[in-house]
Design a protein around this ligand. Structure first.
Ligand code: ZN
Length: 575
């Protein structure tokens, strides 16, 4: 677990979590000042010394069977979160939140749900109660570049809930010529038995044919997929050309899906890589040098132009550079329906690490598109995120340990691309965004969950705390701090790109599907407890404008009287 400079757990958890779930009673009244509560409920002694006992410790490294098997009957779990500040994207209000059967049933002052028996009470006084984070971009157990990412759907989603994220959207990525549906089914079969929180799948379009088009339609209509990602990079592997992009964007628009792009010019990268290797640059710095930020900006501009030509909404994944962010910002000001997703890595660190003298350190930061050596990039991206030029945040979590990275020890093009982030995204954004004064708590919620829920049509089930919403909730201590470290994180790899960063903003409890799955450093979750979430097409947040434009912004021919005068054909025989 992370190192906390302030005791993060404010909840007494007597016995094992299972007992707490089975026999917890409501805490009333508040316990005496100096007495750590001993009742079976989860009670925070607000004025007295903070409870020091933790009855269940993190189960990191233990086999799945060892994870606590508490709260078997989720339908019976009832929670009351008392006295916290409930923060949504549009307002904050001090209120209690009552949860039953995994759904928020009441939000308001002084709730007293009946009966008190079996009610678990969490005291959130002086804490924020926020919608669980939605990470729009992960690659768990992804077979890629001769390896497979270390975090699988179990460790990855467990790390997610430890960081206050209660939903991930991963990518099913078929090889060229292979079935999209089969890829979807494969990824789902990997995820279903392992996920500790809810998840969904974007599907990648890596080639084009009528079969692909039919499969996209079937995925939208039968499998709850409403987003497709196209790669403009990874030549010969995943890359599609402009004609294929045009076809895929047109299909997305027809189906009511959101088109996503990995925006980098794959041809330029291929040429640049050859050039660097020929110059004897084989280390991780070559990775950035062969694909500088204009390579990202050019592709971003091209994707926006093509999407706009077919009136298709566009979502640019992993915005890594100032140039690409400016392109998106300008396009939004021109009225284009485009969304930019900076990630924890691009907001929290930079590409100067590629020039580190320690090869392993430098290689650990290799991802595509690369982090940028301009150290003002993270702050710039955060400004744009705060001001709605950029919309949501993901992580591109795709972890490889040092030994896996070493596949490219003599050639940077063979270093598996990917970094961590799923656990630390919320804290990094709080620290760099909210604590720094760039955004307020409401904007924080917007960019960590609400906007993602709106764009991918999960709202208000996800991304909001309101009656009827899923009880995916985080109790967030904005004043507590923690130091990020690979020694204490819950991810499966042995490196953390945010190593040593001190972050204000700590999730003290994470509630997923109405159950407390993480609390003060301890897990209470079993593999497979999360569920696949279907996403219907035509998210209104995205498609209202698109549909209206379709109706009223079509070019029409000018009505004229027909031309009736002489038509002179060019002479084909020279005089
Ligand atoms: Zn990715």
């Amino acid at each position: 677990m992370a190192t906390f400079s302030k005791q993060p757990s404010v909840f007494q958890t007597p016995g094992c979590a299972g007992q707490a779930g089975a026999s917890a009673v409501r805490s009333q009244p508040d316990p005496p000042e100096s007495l750590a509560p001993l009742s079976p409920g989860r009670v925070w002694s607000r004025k007295g010394p903070k409870p020091s006992l933790r009855h269940h410790q993190p189960v990191r490294g233990q086999p799945l069977e060892a994870a606590p098997m508490a709260h078997q009957n989720l339908a019976q779990q009832r929670l009351l979160i008392k006295g916290g500040k409930v923060v949504n994207d549009d307002r904050s209000v001090v209120a209690d939140v009552y949860v039953e059967d995994g759904v928020v049933r009441q939000v308001g002052p002084n709730l007293n749900p009946e009966p008190p028996t079996g009610l678990i009470v969490l005291d959130a006084t002086n804490k924020l109660v926020i919608p669980g984070g939605i990470d729009t971009h992960t690659h768990m157990q992804f077979p890629f570049m001769g390896s497979r990412s270390k975090d699988d759907f179990y460790t990855g989603t467990k790390a997610a809930i430890a960081g206050g994220t209660t939903m991930i959207i991963d990518f099913a990525i078929p090889q060229k010529g292979c079935s999209l549906t089969e890829a979807f089914d494969t990824w789902k079969s990997w995820a279903d038995p392992k996920v500790c929180c809810d998840y969904a799948l974007h599907v990648a379009v890596t080639w084009w044919s009528n079969k692909v088009k039919e499969e996209m339609k079937s995925l939208v209509q039968n499998k709850g997929v409403n987003s497709f990602k196209m790669f403009m990079a990874y030549k010969d592997l995943y890359m599609v050309n402009d004609e294929e992009l045009y076809a895929a964007f047109s299909c997305c628009k027809e189906l009511g899906a959101v088109a996503q792009v990995h925006a980098e010019n794959g041809e330029l990268i291929a040429q640049g890589a050859k050039k660097m290797l020929a110059m004897g640059i084989t280390g991780p710095e070559g990775h950035e040098l062969c694909r500088p930020e204009e390579v990202e900006a050019e592709a971003t501009q091209r994707a926006i132009t093509i999407a706009n030509a077919v009136n298709c909404p566009l979502f640019v994944v992993h915005v890594m550079s100032k140039s690409a962010a400016r392109v998106i910002s300008n396009a939004r000001r021109e009225g284009k329906v485009v969304y930019g997703e900076p990630i924890a890595a691009s907001l929290g660190t930079d590409g100067t690490n590629y020039w580190n003298k320690d090869w392993a350190h430098a290689a650990a930061y290799v991802m595509g598109p690369p982090l940028r050596p301009d150290p003002s990039t993270p702050g710039f991206l955060m400004n744009l995120l705060a001001n709605d030029d950029l919309s949501v945040t993901g992580t591109d979590n795709c972890t490889f340990d040092i030994c896996q990275k070493a596949l490219g020890k003599d050639d940077f093009t063979k270093i598996p691309n990917g970094v961590n982030g799923v656990e630390d995204r919320m804290s990094v954004i709080w620290e760099k965004g909210v604590y720094s004064g760039k955004m307020d708590e409401n904007r924080f919620v917007a960019v960590t969950s609400t906007n993602a829920a709106k764009i991918f049509n999960l709202y208000p089930k996800k991304g909001r705390i309101a009656v009827g919403s899923d009880a995916d909730i985080v109790i967030w201590d904005p004043k507590a701090t923690r130091t990020i470290s690979a020694k204490t994180h819950h991810q499966a790899n042995n490196f953390n790109i945010f190593e040593g960063m001190v972050c204000h903003g700590v999730p003290v409890a994470t509630i997923s599907r109405g159950k407390v799955v993480y609390e003060g450093g301890a897990f209470n979750v079993t593999a497979g407890e999360g569920k696949y979430v279907s996403r219907p097409p035509f998210p209104p947040y995205v498609y209202k404008r698109v549909r209206q434009r379709e109706q009223v912004c079509q070019p029409v021919p000018v009505k004229r009287a027909p031309y009736t005068d002489v038509v002179s054909a060019a002479s084909i025989t020279p005089k």
